[in-house]
Design a protein around this ligand. Structure first.
Ligand code: PLP
Length: 439
């Protein structure tokens, strides 16, 4: 491993970023990678193993991004890499049915409670999973309207890119240029953790709401857990109203428990969307659930959805190897204990240095805000001191610790984060908190 500690962009990363900006919009293939919200330039990554990323400037940094979630078992886990290499030798893609994808689907259904008696369809990203699940919910119910939460992220399909914070269910403004107003006309917004608001929408639009899609632990407005009773209330309301309850577990699936948030909190949705960990680092998404609903998908039913590379052998090999390792090694209890240790360590050090700080950990998924009050929704998350976060982010990176370059992202632990990594992180945080301006 390299000896350089400073993970911030050095000469080589800066040179690459300049070249990238000429041929790739903003120099990146997904916006948050550009470091726009924390300032500075992004380090380019040469390789990754275990809990470390190695930058193009030769620094080895402790990684709490984990490719935005997939790397539950650490980077380049030898068993997963071996499975992919073996599959590659037999051909990269056939666009036809394979034995491995059957085994993979069986394994997914075994893990995820809402799929246990049901079915699953493989796609290539989380975005595809959520847009397909919503089309299916609309096809199944014959209704058009959908509900999502302010600050909830479900990929970049038109109907889901609605400006958060409007609150007015009838005045939806697209959250991106290029999204026609008609595309979000049927998307209704509610604050996260507010079941009463959901109830009211069903009252205002009787018989018109097809589905509610929700992150059972929010992970795209920082990490925000469901209030006790919230998920249960969503289950009860949707059942009563004949609407489809969709858990977007692209981030939480296989992470907050082997069976995802639905297993952890004991609430079973009708449909579940998966991504990230399910592909073990390769591009995979999946959606599935009740057999009666899944039977509406073509070729069984009238709801169309397909994909040239869906279920391709390399993605399936990586995903299956990952799920098999989770099944064999049962890493979640240890991951949760280590995450708790890390988060409490951060909180203690922040307090000692008089820095307002609140944190949440749900299994090996965690987050923190630079404010004193606990956070239950997007409005509250936005009160975090973003300048302080930017300072923290940059100073931690200078000390070899890589957090997501945005206050509104969750952080992830992997099985490769050992005691040394945790100790290094806490020591770095202690120094950084000490130097932050006082609250
Ligand atoms: C990452 C994410 C998505 C989108 O997945 P992509 O693979 O990036 O398309 C959807 N929903 C949630 C909750 C996510 O975290």
């Amino acid at each position: 491993m390299s000896t350089r500690e400073d993970g911030r962009a050095g000469p080589r990363s800066k040179e690459l970023f300049a070249a990238a900006q000429k041929v790739i919009p903003g120099g990146v293939n997904s916006p948050v990678r550009a470091f726009a919200s924390v300032g500075g330039e992004p380090p380019f990554i040469r390789k990754a193993t275990g809990c470390h990323l190695v930058t193009e400037d030769g620094a080895a940094v402790i990684d709490y991004v984990g490719s935005w979630g997939p790397a539950l078992l650490g980077h380049a886990h030898p068993t997963v890499v071996e499975a992919v290499i073996k599959a590659a030798r037999d051909g990269l893609s056939f666009g036809a049915a394979t034995a491995a994808e059957v085994e993979f689907a069986e394994r997914i259904c075994e893990f995820v409670p809402s799929m246990r008696e049901g079915m699953v369809r493989l796609v290539s990203s989380g975005t595809e999973a959520t847009m397909s699940a919503l089309r299916l919910a609309r096809g199944f119910t014959g209704r058009d309207k959908i509900i999502k939460c302010e600050g909830g992220y479900h990929g970049h399909a038109d109907m889901l890119l609605v400006a958060a914070g409007s609150g007015a269910a009838t005045l939806n403004i697209p959250g991106s240029a290029g999204v026609p107003v008609q595309a979000v006309r049927d998307t209704l917004l509610v604050p996260y953790n507010d079941a009463e608001a959901v109830s009211q929408l069903f009252g205002a639009h009787p018989g018109q709401i097809a589905a509610i899609i929700v992150e059972p632990v929010a992970g795209n407005m920082g990490c925000i857990p469901p209030r006790p009773g919230y998920l249960e209330a969503l289950r009860e309301i949707t059942t009563r109203e004949g609407a489809v309850l969709i858990f977007d577990e692209v981030m939480t699936g296989f992470r907050v428990a082997p069976g995802g948030a639905q297993e952890r909190f004991g609430v079973t949705p009708d449909l579940t969307c998966l991504g990230k960990i399910v592909g073990g680092g390769m591009p995979v998404g999946a959606y599935g659930g009740r057999r009666e609903i899944m039977s509406k998908i073509a070729p069984l039913g009238p709801v169309y959805q397909g994909g040239t590379l869906s279920g391709n052998p390399l993605s399936v090999a990586a995903g299956l190897a990952t799920l098999d390792l989770i099944k064999r090694d049962k890493p979640h209890d240890a991951l949760e204990a280590t995450t708790k240790l890390l988060c409490e360590g951060l909180a203690t050090r922040a307090k000692a240095h008089g820095v307002d700080f609140t944190h949440v950990a749900v299994g090996p998924m965690f987050g923190f805000f630079f404010q004193a009050e606990p956070v239950w929704n997007y409005e509250q998350a936005k009160r975090s001191d973003l300048d302080r976060f930017a300072r923290f982010h940059s100073e931690m990176l200078a000390r070899g610790v890589y957090f997501a370059p945005s206050q509104f992202e969750a952080a992830f632990l992997s099985t490769a984060h050992d005691d040394a990594a945790i100790e290094h992180t806490l020591a770095a945080a202690d120094a950084v908190f000490a130097a932050l301006p006082k609250t």
